[in-house]
Design a protein. Structure first.
Length: 221
């Protein structure tokens, strides 16, 4: 019997804000594993607002979790190739990855929890997995009365105080488009993938470009 976490997101790209809440929620709730589930085409975002392909976002998530035994990735939503709601994804993951008697937690940032009424079947989702509301800068979760009044399973929402990290995927994409460095805002492997594949308008990593320049200079000499 284990306590298991599911962390869904667009991860466009995955960044240190995600890694920190996954680590701190796992510690606070004593989770044996956090399964990251990158969304194929998220139902609440338009296709054109998602910039990197599902395959690239999956690869970045795989690079990000490498080296952490407690973190894992599931590609069910990427393989589905269609929008999937969490209420559909969570039972599938439980079936694929769980054992009878496991306890399940769905990890989200506080902004998502405040919007829970716009999700498909929130009460059923809360039955499938308790929902963790990880603090996020700029979002106040002290007042969730609008949810308390409507949801039968409101007590299955668990706030967890995490270190507030003011990083967003939107901010990272903007910085890359302006040619600014996002090193250390994303895990190292993600940084390399972004530059190798020139995602989000990224140019080649500065060091890599310098090495190649030195090499071609030596070859010419
Ligand atoms: P975007 O800026 O493109 O909307 P994002 O940074 O919010 O992206 P998502 O992949 O949409 O990233 O987020 C997945 C989950 O992680 C969401 O539940 C979101 O609230 C949470 N999250 C993202 N960034 C942070 C952060 N800095 N602190 C706490 N939670 C976060």
């Amino acid at each position: 019997m284990s306590r298991m976490g599911i962390f869904g997101g667009t991860f466009d790209p995955i960044h240190q804000g995600h890694m920190i809440i996954a680590e701190q929620v796992a510690e606070a709730l004593n989770l044996a594993c956090v399964i990251f589930v990158p969304g194929g085409v998220p139902p609440h975002k338009t296709v054109s607002s998602v910039k990197a392909s599902p395959a690239d976002r999956l690869e970045m998530v795989q690079a990000a979790v490498r080296g952490n035994d407690k973190f894992d990735v599931d590609r069910v939503e990427v393989d589905a190739g269609r929008p999937m709601h969490s209420v559909e994804t969570v039972p599938l993951i439980k079936e694929r990855r769980g054992e009878p008697g496991d306890e399940w937690f769905f990890v989200t940032g506080a902004d998502e929890v405040s919007n829970l009424l716009s999700w498909k079947d929130p009460d059923r989702l809360l039955e499938e997995a308790a929902m963790v509301a990880a603090t996020r800068p700029g979002y106040d979760i002290s007042d969730l009365k609008h949810l308390e009044e409507v949801l039968d399973n409101f007590d299955r929402i668990i706030p967890v105080q995490c270190t507030r990290v003011d990083i967003s995927a939107t901010g990272i994409r903007r910085m890359l488009a302006k040619g600014e460095s996002v090193r250390y805002l994303v895990p190292d492997g993600v940084y390399e993938t972004i530059h190798d594949r020139r995602l989000y308008g990224a140019r080649k990593d500065g060091e890599q470009a310098r090495q190649e320049e030195r090499l071609s200079w030596r070859q010419k000499a």
